[in-house]
Write a new protein. Structure first.
Length: 197
């Protein structure tokens, strides 16, 4: 493949990654603003999705650490397979996340009686943990939005055997992705007492 063709392919892939990242970001924003209609009766199976997402995030954390181990051992094929598995699981996470936030009512941190409001008494019980929860949640959301294009570009460079470019990207994408998977579990553990029964 000539250098011009390779540059054109890289530009096309980069445009696709940017477009996909913007699409995912806008989808999440729209779901959080709750513009889309929800069903009158929320399916009961929906409330298992946050726990599934926490399990997926925990699994991705383990896979990412294993991936780091195997790349340091120069076992590149195992490294690739583990990363592809983590990517597939993260994609499944995104589907579950979108489904849950589209169909379920918003869960409020501290809403112990599950009425959709955090009253003064409920607020008193969460004073110490509220700022910690929101710091973790906001950093998780912001970094999840930032890391998606980095992950996609890292995968592209790796699969194209552009090793140096892949390594440079992974210096940033790996720790951010790892932080996002770990904090995904932490956020779930902190909010799970307030999910509807």
């Amino acid at each position: 493949m000539s250098i011009t063709n390779l540059e054109n392919k890289d530009k096309l892939v980069l445009r696709f990654i940017v477009a996909l990242s913007i699409f995912v970001f806008l989808t999440v924003v729209i779901l959080n603003k709750q513009f889309l209609p929800k069903p009158e009766v929320i399916p009961s199976w929906l409330y298992i999705l946050p726990m599934i997402n926490a399990i997926i995030n925990g699994s991705c954390t383990i896979l990412l650490l294993a991936s780091l181990y195997f790349v340091k051992q120069k076992k590149i094929e195992i490294h690739k397979r583990i990363n592809l598995t983590a990517f597939i699981l993260s994609s499944l996470f995104l589907v579950c996340y979108i489904l849950y936030h589209w169909l379920a009512n918003e869960t409020k941190f501290g809403d112990t009686n599950h009425d959709g409001l955090v009253d003064a008494n409920e607020s008193l019980t969460i004073v110490s943990s509220k700022s910690i929860y929101y710091f973790i949640l906001i950093s998780h959301i912001v970094l999840a939005a930032i890391v998606l294009p980095l992950i996609l570009l890292s995968f592209y460079r790796g699969l194209q055997l552009q090793t140096e470019k892949h390594r440079k990207l992974v210096r940033y994408s790996f720790p951010i992705w790892l932080y996002v998977t770990i904090t995904g579990v932490v956020v779930y553990l902190m909010i799970s007492p307030y999910y509807p029964i």
